[in-house]
Design a binder for this molecule. Sequence first.
Ligand SMILES: [Zn+2]
Length: 58
Amino acid sequence: MNLKACGRCGGDQISEELLGETEMVCLQCGHRAFAPANTLPRYITVARQRARRARLAA
Ligand SMILES: [Zn+2]
């Protein structure tokens, strides 16, 4: 999490993986920005977690 890193409102951002892209999402205003390429997602969408589990089970 990046504290007070939002370019729009100065709020706190969290990294989120969406459709294979990692984005920084502001917790206060929802502003999204692409994360630096080396940023690992800390929050992964449920759909992707299910897909990963299915892949492990196969
Ligand atoms: Zn913001």
